[in-house]
Design a protein around this ligand. Structure first.
Ligand code: CTP
Length: 421
């Protein structure tokens, strides 16, 4: 019998063995299931583990959580729990269940069932594989729905004809897996997918669930291929009927991708970008700020996300002109770019190709952003100034002088502020 858990990374191996021991002690059966099994067979790293318990998943989760350092969040209504082991490893625990869908796109009702029922409700055959964690069959593959065959054939295949009706978000998921894995949507599945898309099934899904799937898609490494495939199979009516995605939008999306790569290559220690948000702007870039604002609110994007998206639309022509000039001063660059998020700045860089704008933005990321003034509020009180909102103004003016190279040391800064006494 082949042991499919032979070559796990060390920390995952330890966790899986521990889970197996906890399950045995509690007298329940445990299985590793879903995406992680698919990726294990494909030889792809995946640190999002899913375990299904035939028995009480919540009790299993609490016991496991006591034995590892991690944070457990339980959802008793669904019989599920999530154990965050580190910022890399996450373990989702589910109680074996079969589900009855009330109406298309709604959340399923849950009832007790066995592993096979649990796997039967899943999206694609390649996600129905399971690995037994019980000591007597540890590491053996369970393949009720020919998942392994479809991994070989490189097919994304649904389990039954009503799959896209039960859960229309699977339309997006099919495209996502197809593009990520370099697979094809199996012909019958493709026919049903197109029928569901034509029948506007995505409109039956709550905007929040749609949003989550859109975000997952826009985080994929092959995001532009996903977008093109969506355009070909489904279109983007479900986001807004006026989205065009013509040649110029697609060029813009490619430019956005180039800017993201440029940022990560030039600032490898810089912060993580919300790339999905940037590609989202790429998709809706032919709409106006009001239309985009309404979409964002319908999907329930967070305030900060909406702000970053809308500030791209609100960036005035005049500012573009100003930041594209050859001889603009560093402090002017700072004043224009500092209120914006990195995502917005890169969206602007992608949109307005200009070598001065490019180099000003590079300088901003490299030198100006995060620049510190030579002195602090404490220095101001020490020279006898009373704390007031003016402190901020003084320090900001000082920062501008520093950026423009007019003040170059703490001594010069102290001399400059002494005039306020
Ligand atoms: N699932 C489903 N239908 C959905 C969402 C999820 O059937 N609309 C099932 C899939 O079988 C999937 C499992 O729930 O394997 C876990 O979901 P998720 O973590 O989204 O899937 P992964 O396959 O782990 O995807 P990824 O590799 O992107 O994390």
């Amino acid at each position: 019998m082949k042991n499919y858990l032979d070559n796990l990374p060390k920390d995952i191996d330890k966790l899986i063995n521990l889970a197996s021991r906890v399950a045995r002690k509690q007298g329940v059966r445990a299985y590793l299931v879903g995406g992680v099994v698919r990726d294990l067979i494909l030889g792809v790293d995946n640190f999002d583990l899913d375990i299904v318990i035939e028995g009480d998943g919540l009790a299993f989760g609490s016991e496991l959580a006591r034995k590892v350092t991690g944070r457990l969040v339980t959802h008793p209504r669904f019989g599920t729990a999530t154990l965050m082991i580190s910022n890399k490893i996450k373990l989702d625990i589910a109680t074996c269940r079969s589900e009855i869908y009330q109406e298309p796109g709604s959340l399923p009702l849950v009832s007790a069932g066995a592993l096979q029922d649990d796997l039967a409700r899943r999206d694609f055959t390649i996600n129905t594989l399971a690995i037994d964690l019980m000591p007597d069959r540890f590491g053996s593959l369970i393949d009720f729905y020919h998942g392994k065959r479809d991994l070989k054939l490189k097919f994304v295949r649904i389990l039954h004809n009503l799959s896209f009706i039960d859960d229309p978000t699977r339309i997006l998921r099919a495209v996502r897996f197809e593009q990520r894995l370099g697979f094809r949507i199996e012909p019958h599945t493709l026919r049903l997918l197109k029928e569901s898309a034509k029948a506007n099934m995505l409109r039956c899904v709550s905007p929040h669930r749609l949003r989550d799937e859109i975000i997952l898609m826009l985080r994929e490494p092959e995001v532009i291929r996903c977008i093109l495939r969506m355009k070909q199979l489904v279109g983007f009516n479900f986001i807004h009927p006026h989205i065009k995605l013509d040649r110029s939008n697609l060029d813009y999306l490619r430019a956005v991708k180039r800017e993201i790569n440029w940022f990560y290559n030039n600032f490898p220690k810089g912060r993580e970008l919300d790339v999905w948000l940037m590609y989202f702007v790429g998709i809706v870039s032919n709409l106006n700020a009001n239309q985009v604002d309404r979409i964002c609110k319908r999907f329930g994007f967070r305030k900060g996300e909406i702000k970053r998206i809308i500030s791209y639309y609100k960036f005035s022509r005049q500012k573009v002109k100003c930041i594209s000039k050859k001889d603009i001063s560093p402090s002017q660059i700072y004043r224009i770019l500092e209120p914006l998020s990195f995502e917005t700045i890169l969206l602007i860089k992608a949109k307005y190709k200009n070598r001065f704008l490019d180099s000003h933005i590079k300088n901003f990321f490299e030198y100006y952003n995060g620049a510190r003034v030579y002195i602090s509020g404490r220095d101001l009180t020490q020279i006898g100034l009373r704390p007031s909102p003016d402190f901020r103004k003084i320090l900001t003016r000082l920062l501008y002088l520093q950026l423009d190279g007019k003040i170059n040391s703490r001594q010069e800064a102290l001399e400059w502020i002494s005039r306020f006494c």
